[in-house]
Design a protein around this ligand. Structure first.
Ligand code: NAP
Length: 330
């Protein structure tokens, strides 16, 4: 039985990755910053809460990580913990840079000290490429990194720390450059979750208006439970590397909204209002990548269309709200 440590287990990817690894018969150790107040909804909704071993730890404390590695002797380490919101990073730039960068350096250093055979997955992000001219798209692994938010700067920095630890200390570190991937477990402050959860509430007469910011932006959106499979694949090939994980296609936020509202038989003109305060200081206009390397080297296979994604997100949201309502009244 292999052992995996996952930081950020309470987040979207952490919950789906736990389920996936448990199905592969891994022992899953999940790091959380606070066992008492952690958000365990994702793990409970996916019914894996009783099968993962949650451990409270502080990734700012190098000695704490060293002790964890010595105690659990992991084969694989998935580093998913991060302040992951671009919007929030403009409000909290120092906190975002501090946590997202130092935690990664600590983890790599601890692995270098304890056992260099531990394989590490580092969550990088398509955001680190910044505002790219349309004619240069799609983005591949060798594209110029030019981050346009504090979040993106933190991810660009840790991407290069990963490359450096791989080259300088021969650690097995793969950097997954994931583009936006969505699911029902996205936090409420992410736009896709907000749109779908609000639309379902509007349908149920619990809400009247959805407020949105800039809807002309174009993003390469995929389905999170499919993306986490690529993380595992990256650690189960002979050599570490960097991989873009995306669909290869971009759609506007306006398209996203309209498709959700049409699917739920709602009038988006009546229920969706623009709110200037939701615009960001710097906004990426359009971004999409090229997943060819992951497809050919990892055999990662993603076949969902944009419509499949929207249908799945709505279906999952309905199940989630039903589960949540039952849980609330028990
Ligand atoms: P998420 O749902 O926001 O989860 C983030 C996790 O990090 C949570 O478990 C959270 O713990 C933990 N965390 C945040 N701030 C922390 C802090 N200061 N100290 C300790 N733990 C902290 O993110 P996700 O969507 O699963 O993404 C996973 C990783 O992939 C992140 O590194 C993200 O930046 C990256 N990524 C995501 C996307 C995407 O589209 N989802 C795209 C590219 C890259 P709490 O529950 O305690 O808050």
């Amino acid at each position: 039985m292999k052992t995996a440590i996952i930081t950020g287990i309470t987040g979207q990817d952490g919950a789906y990755l736990s389920k996936f690894l448990l199905e592969k018969n891994y022992r899953v150790i999940g790091i959380t910053r606070n066992l008492q107040s952690g958000n365990l909804n994702g793990l409970n909704f996916l019914e894996v809460m009783n099968d993962v071993e949650l451990v409270e730890a502080n990734v700012f404390d190098l000695s704490n990580i060293i002790r964890l590695l010595e105690k659990y002797k992991p084969d694989e380490f998935y580093n998913l913990a991060a302040q992951s919101s671009v919007g929030l990073s403009f409000e909290q730039p120092i906190g975002t840079l501090e946590f997202n960068i130092i935690s990664v350096a600590n983890i790599f250093e601890a692995v270098r000290i304890v056992n260099k055979d531990i394989r590490i997955y580092q969550s990088s992000s398509g955001e680190m490429f910044g505002n790219v001219s349309k004619e240069l798209l799609p983005i591949d692994e060798n594209f110029l990194i030019h981050p346009a938010s504090p979040y993106a700067i933190s991810k660009a920095t840790t991407h290069w720390i990963s490359v450096n630890y791989r080259e300088a200390y021969s650690l097995f570190i793969s950097s997954g450059i994931l583009f936006n991937h969505e699911s029902v477990l996205r936090r409420q402050n992410f736009v896709t979750k907000k749109i779908i959860a609000s639309a379902v509430k509007i349908k149920g007469n619990e809400l009247d208006i959805l407020k949105v910011g800039n809807t002309s932006i174009m993003r390469d959106w995929g389905y999170a439970p499919e993306y986490i499979k690529a993380m595992w694949k990256m650690l189960n090939v002979p050599k570490p590397s960097d991989y873009i994980i995306c669909t290869g296609q971009a759609n506007t936020l306006q398209d996203f909204i309209e498709k959700v509202f049409i699917k739920l038989k709602l009038d988006h003109v009546k229920h969706v209002k623009f709110d200037k305060t939701l615009f960001r200081p710097v906004e990426l206009e359009v971004i999409y990548g090229n997943p060819q390397k992951a497809k050919s080297e990892l055999g990662w296979d993603y076949s969902m269309t944009f419509d499949d994604l929207i249908n799945k997100l709505i279906e999952d949201e309905l199940k989630y709200q039903e589960w949540w309502n039952k849980k609330r009244f028990v």
